[in-house]
Design a protein around this ligand. Structure first.
Ligand SMILES: [Zn+2]
Length: 104
């Protein structure tokens, strides 16, 4: 960022192309996208991290959907999306919880 320039508030930034494509796919307008972000206080629904501005940072916002039904679920961070990409069943996370509770 250039010196002296005030960073834009997240709600004033442009939706980057990757997210715009996904919004279109799920029938979500840019306005709805920003409303969802506002409802979530600009944080990941899962881990509560504050979203960064686009790109592929661990805390950049990702439009998440159920891979089986195709249904839009919410906006989560890139890191949580990577986790869900590989481990997306409730049974798996119940086992993780059991494992952590028993082993800690
Ligand atoms: Zn997250």
């Amino acid at each position: 960022m250039k010196r002296g320039r005030k960073p834009k508030h997240w709600s004033e930034r442009k939706v980057h192309d990757g997210i715009r494509h996904r919004l279109y796919r799920f029938g979500i307008t840019t306005e709805q996208y920003y409303q969802i972000l506002a409802d979530q206080d600009n944080r990941c629904t899962i881990c509560d991290v504050v979203f960064a501005d686009g790109g592929r940072l661990h805390n950049s916002p990702v439009v998440d959907h159920d891979h089986e039904t195709g249904r839009f679920r919410g906006i989560i961070c890139h890191r949580c999306n990577v986790v869900l990409k590989y481990y997306h069943t409730v049974q798996y996370f119940r086992r993780v919880i059991d494992y952590l509770e028993v082993s800690s």
